[in-house]
Design a protein around this ligand. Structure first.
Ligand SMILES: Cc1ncc(C[n+]2csc(CCOP(=O)(O)OP(=O)(O)O)c2C)c(N)n1
Ligand SMILES: [Mg+2]
Length: 324
């Protein structure tokens, strides 16, 4: 098992994946209890993709996310407590409580925003990549794109422009098998998202998205290429979500057996755990500590969110126009 990460980086990666899982489990419970306004889409099951990709990025690098963005935010270094406050719609949330789950952004961390527009991330990411290229910052732009979003015109345009302008951009296709309740095998005409990206003229690597190490290695190659001026690349990572499309989804399009199979045999946390234990890279105690810390951090974030103040009516008229 090759990994470009050292011991501490591996612990951080597991801790982040574990934090995402704990975060999503708590958001699910709190939403079902009626404590969260709006709408939430959970990322549990896909953690190895966000963390394997973002392990290679700094604050200077930018990511564009999706409506299922909590995992991307945590992997990119957003503050978990401020995220939870945001999802609860509180004044001290990461975006003043005005964005909620689907619009969390943190420009200081290079997180351009979760995005309710399916196919919204690719144009943003290539904009960031073009800026980085022109300004010579050495940064890159990364777009997270669902299998459903792979069919959007915005995605095609961004793929083409990235190749035509040789941009330091990386397109991460998260193929979780469904766009809402429609199977990817029905909705993606060719059935092959990787080949589709490749047809635009960039190298593509297809990986098992439940395998952190496979994602991490594919991203290392794509980042090397992008940073050395060789242009864009794409990754198709397959990993299916554990929860429904949104919290409350009756999931009539799949059986409960599919979900229990996923949780039993395709859980990226279990897979990571057994791989690092087998190879002696980390110990059981080190992993257990991360489990405990992740749950404690998320529990504290939920308590803080419940105790936090709502925005006031005067907050309604701030952040309406951009200031330059
Ligand atoms: C432009 C646009 N069209 C349609 C929708 C409605 N919509 C929200 S999520 C979704 C499915 C997206 O599927 P996919 O890209 O595979 O992401 P996943 O939900 O599987 O993470 C759709 C069609 C939208 N938000 N934006
Ligand atoms: Mg999907």
């Amino acid at each position: 098992m090759g990994t470009p990460l050292n011991h501490d980086e591996l612990i951080t990666a597991y801790g982040q994946m574990r934090t995402i899982r704990a975060f999503e489990e708590s958001v699910n419970e709190e939403f079902l209890d009626g404590n969260i306004p709006g709408f939430v889409h959970l990322y549990a099951g896909q953690e190895a993709i966000a963390v394997g990709v973002c392990a290679h990025l700094s604050d200077e690098d930018k990511i564009g996310s999706t409506h299922r963005g909590h995992g991307h935010c945590i992997a990119k270094g957003c503050d978990v407590r401020a995220m939870m406050l945001e999802i609860f719609g509180k004044k001290d949330g990461l975006c003043g409580g005005k964005g909620g789950s689907m619009h969390i952004a943190d420009l200081d961390r290079g997180m351009l925003g979760a995005n309710a527009i399916v196919g919204g991330a690719p144009p943003l990411a290539i904009g960031a990549a073009l800026a980085a290229k022109n300004l010579g910052t050495g940064g890159i732009g990364v777009a997270f794109i669902g299998d459903g979003a792979s069919n959007q015109g915005t995605t095609f345009e961004a793929l083409n422009m990235a190749v035509a302008l040789k941009l330091p951009a990386i397109f991460v296709f998260e193929n979780n098998g469904y766009g809402e309740g429609t199977g990817h095998d029905f909705a993606v005409g060719s059935g092959d998202i990787g080949a589709l990206a490749g047809a635009f003229g960039m190298p593509v690597t297809c990986v098992d998205g439940t395998d952190f190490f496979a994602v991490c290695e594919a991203m290392a190659d794509a980042v090397d290429r992008a940073r050395s001026g060789d242009g864009p690349g794409a990754i198709e990572a397959k990993a299916t979500r554990f929860y429904g499309h949104y919290v409350g989804d009756p999931e009539r399009y799949r059986s409960s057996i599919e979900v229990s199979e996923l949780r039993e045999h395709h859980d990226c946390l279990k897979i990571f755990r057994s791989r690092v234990l087998e190879s002696g890279l980390l110990t059981e105690n080190e992993l257990d500590d991360q489990d405990r810390e992740a749950v404690a951090e998320v529990d504290a974030a939920v308590l803080a969110a419940k105790a936090a103040s709502d925005p006031t009516s005067s907050d309604l008229i701030t952040d309406v126009y951009a200031g330059y």
